[in-house]
Design a protein around this ligand. Structure first.
Ligand SMILES: C[S@@+](CC[C@H](N)C(=O)[O-])C[C@H]1O[C@@H](n2cnc3c(N)ncnc32)[C@H](O)[C@@H]1O
Length: 310
């Protein structure tokens, strides 16, 4: 089903399942022999019975077509490498924002937190409040699953169950957010799932709610339309073959992205409002960390942007 303006989901369906997909990659990376990141909560979060269908579909996608008639290999290991690099980058961003000399931010907002476990696994300085925004059922699933696992947040974690296409700044304030304190924001794995207008409004709210000294980090999905179309066609072919075999194909990531058109480049957007920005391509970051960079065949060309409000 393509997206609609007010669609909703739980952790096992639609955009919710993409949070499972990236957490699966973190779980695999954590279990590998030489992990770049350790997310010990990823495995319990993706291992519940209700996620069996999503797990199976992601595994099939990563493996490609078993009959080898369709040349489709998103390459599970590529996805795992990429997620490891991105997690590593944004973990370091939070360490910098909260612990570097002169930074000392104690208010954090994770937009579209999904199964992000940073509020449970990072060593936050005393007094840090981490707000997590996502849809109600996604946040409930995470909190309940981790509570059953005996996990506790390492800091003051506050769930803000709200749709980022709605009045989320009000929901954030209602949860205790203080715009007079500097904030470290994160938008990781989010932009393609927001309509262009909601992305614009979100950046605007971040700017308005940010005291000087605030920081923002954004994962960029540079769209290459030709590559995206090619990947979509391969995906459709693989999907048709899986359907013909009677397999579940309800999770369709390619249906979940909104059009790229009409979007500003985040680095330009924040720079135009006086923020000091820096960008690094995901491929350069992977190389720096000794990981294989993303294949050129991917539909997105990713990079990571960080910005500080002077
Ligand atoms: C690919 S996952 C990324 C999750 C997390 N940031 C991570 O990297 O593990 C996308 C997340 O965006 C959330 N999301 C997408 N659109 C949203 C919206 N309009 N409002 C709130 N959350 C949204 C989904 O529920 C999902 O958890």
């Amino acid at each position: 089903m393509p997206r609609t303006a007010d669609d909703s989901w739980d952790i096992a369906t639609s955009v919710g399942a993409t949070a499972v997909m990236v957490a699966l990659a973190r779980a695999r990376e954590t279990a590998s022999t030489d992990p770049l990141i350790r997310d010990q909560f990823a495995e319990p979060l993706v291992s519940t019975p209700e996620l069996g269908g999503v797990r199976e579909q992601v595994a099939a996608w990563w493996a490609g077509d078993r009959d080898d008639e369709v040349d489709f290999a998103v390459g599970g290991q590529q996805m795992i490498n990429y997620q490891a690099v991105r997690t590593h980058f944004f973990d370091a961003y939070f360490v910098q924002a909260t612990q570097a000399a002169g930074a000392g931010i104690r208010q954090v907002v994770i937009l579209a937190a999904g199964l992000d476990s940073r509020a449970y696994r990072l060593a936050w300085p005393d007094g840090t409040v981490v707000y997590e925004i996502d849809l109600p059922k996604v946040l409930e699933y995470k909190a309940e699953t981790l509570a059953r696992h005996g996990a506790e947040p390492t800091t003051d974690r506050r769930a803000v169950p709200v749709d980022l296409r709605d009045d989320w700044p009000q929901a954030l304030r209602d949860a205790g957010f203080d715009p007079a304190r500097p904030t470290a924001w994160l938008a990781e794995g989010l932009l393609p799932f927001l309509p262009a207008a909601a992305q614009e409004a979100m950046f605007d709210s971040i700017d308005k709610l940010s005291e000087p000294g605030s920081r923002v980090a954004v994962e960029i999905f540079g769209a290459d339309e030709a590559k995206r179309k090619e990947a979509e066609e391969k995906w459709a072919a693989l999907r048709a073959r899986r359907e013909a075999r009677g397999e579940d194909t309800s999770f369709n990531p390619f249906d979940l992205w909104f059009d790229h058109g009409g979007r500003s480049e985040p680095a330009d957007w924040f720079a135009a409002r006086g923020w000091a920005t820096a960008s690094v391509s995901a491929s350069d970051e992977a190389t720096r960390l000794g990981r294989t960079p993303q294949s050129d065949a991917r539909p997105f060309v990713n990079s990571f942007v960080t910005a500080t409000k002077p």
